[in-house]
Design a protein around this ligand. Structure first.
Ligand SMILES: [Fe+2]
Length: 211
């Protein structure tokens, strides 16, 4: 992966050494020191979360899960898809599935289920509605299955800091849903638009580990 200057991350670090932005003070070789530096800077993989019983294969390829006139709060979800070195992954398959705004999964069809079209840039985005609550689960959530060549599949779930279950304090209350093992999966919600045309927007970064 190249940055805007056309240099790889390693080349940028080597340039930093050459220009004095990084000074190596050690008995090890510069290559070993730079490798250790890169490893210390690793991005944390996105925490996994249960697949759940409602996954269906062969979801349609679309980024628009919401149909015109669907009730519920319109929701846009977007994010980068990275590896643990922080480099964007362009060839990733992201599948998402969720309930409608009342907490119902479409078990017969494919409403609110999608395989997102890869945009080749290492970013993803889809349009949906805020999922509802349902009796077997405490919190609103969207399921993810993310696959990329050379990387471990990621099964996880996205949660919303606005969920009433958290009472406005997800730092303290995130584990009121016993399936939420990581606070990182509870994402802030931005409200955008005007009061007549408001929608929610959430950013959820996906970081995959190499096999
Ligand atoms: Fe679920």
């Amino acid at each position: 992966m190249l940055d805007s200057s056309g240099l790889s991350r390693r080349e940028v670090l080597q340039k930093c050494v050459a220009l004095g932005s990084i000074t190596l003070i050690a008995s090890q070789s510069s290559a070993a020191m730079l490798l250790a530096f890169e490893e210390k800077e690793l991005h944390k993989p996105t925490p996994p979360n249960e697949l759940g019983p409602f996954y269906k294969k062969r979801a349609p390829q679309t980024a628009m899960l919401r149909a015109a006139g669907d009730p519920g709060m319109p929701l846009s979800v977007s994010g980068q898809i990275l590896d643990t070195r922080g480099e964007k992954l362009p060839n990733v398959v992201v599948e998402v599935w969720q309930t409608d705004h009342l907490g119902h999964y479409d078990l017969d069809g494919y409403r609110y289920r999608a395989k997102l079209p890869a945009d080749g840039s290492g970013n993803y985005k889809f349009e949906s509605v805020m999922p509802g609550h349902y009796p077997d689960r405490v919190c609103q959530h969207i399921h993810y299955l993310v696959t990329a060549p050379g990387h471990k599949p990621l099964v996880t779930q996205l949660y919303f800091a606005t969920d009433p279950v958290f009472e406005g304090d997800p730092d303290k209350n995130f584990n009121r849903d016993p399936l939420i093992h990581s606070r990182e999966l509870v994402r802030p919600v931005m409200l955008v638009g005007d009061p007549k045309d408001i929608h929610a927007a959430v950013n959820f970064e996906l970081c995959l580990e190499r096999v």
